[in-house]
Ligand binder design. Structure first.
Ligand code: ADP
Ligand code: 5GP
Length: 197
């Protein structure tokens, strides 16, 4: 008998932009086996260093709208003026292969997923304060001043949705936040319903 090695749980991770979601997910993917990130489609332009089909699949508005029309998204949303969506095909493939899947999506997307994936685990990452959030966005140097202002304006709205989630992690010290994050994944794997002979 063994603990279930391969997961198959959907983890929905949301946070205001700059809270450290990508940093925490990257670390988890590096350290924990059998976890994959679902690569979203977006109409946003790639940032420096972002690779097509690794960080996102970057597509035109026209292509995105065609995909909406064809019912190809499990969820999609307009975030900070750009469209983002999760492909049903990609999600199904990862689940079929038995992976635990990380969905890095916004609050609107998480609400849509909640209607269809009842067993998903919802995690919200909070910055220690708005001031620290602003500093992190500036430090990241990937967004223009205007984009940062837009992201900070949206942050208060997003943060107000945290109660809809199962878990909250405050990303103050990165190592502590990471340990909390990994604990959620590991304890979910230990659940009786995920136990396999
Ligand atoms: P998100 O994916 O939520 O938009 P990122 O993971 O890109 O955010 O993090 C935003 C910036 O803050 C990055 O420069 C990252 O290195 C930094 N960062 C993340 N977590 C912490 C932390 N706990 N302490 C200090 N800086 C952090
Ligand atoms: P960024 O442009 O900083 O990579 O992401 C901006 C926001 O879009 C983040 O809150 C991120 O979680 C969200 N996002 C990324 N991919 C998706 C997706 O497929 N669907 C939804 N709804 N939001 C997404």
């Amino acid at each position: 008998m063994a603990q279930k090695g391969l997961g198959g749980t959907l983890f929905v991770i949301s946070a205001p932009s700059g809270a450290g979601k990508s940093t925490l997910c990257r670390e988890l993917l590096r350290k924990v086996s059998d976890v994959k990130l679902s690569v979203s489609y977006t109409t946003r332009k790639p940032r420096k260093g972002e690779i097509n089909n690794v960080h996102y699949t970057f597509i035109s508005q026209k292509k995105f709208k065609d995909m909406i029309g064809n019912g190809e998204f499990a969820e999609w949303a307009m975030v900070h003026g750009n469209l983002y969506g999760t492909s049903i095909k990609r999600l199904k493939k990862l689940c079929r292969e038995g992976y635990d899947v990380l969905l890095d999506i916004d609050v609107q997307g998480a609400r849509q997923i909640r209607n269809t994936f009842k067993d998903a685990v919802y995690i919200f990452i909070l910055p220690p304060s708005m001031e620290i959030l602003r500093k992190r966005l500036m430090k990241r140097k990937t967004d223009s001043k205007e984009a940062i202002t837009l992201r900070l304006e949206k942050a208060r709205d997003e943060i107000s949705g945290y109660k809809e989630y199962d878990y909250v992690i405050i990303n103050n010290k990165l190592d502590k936040a990471y340990r909390d994050f990994e604990s959620i994944i590991r304890s979910t794997r230990l659940k009786t319903k995920n136990y396999k002979k």
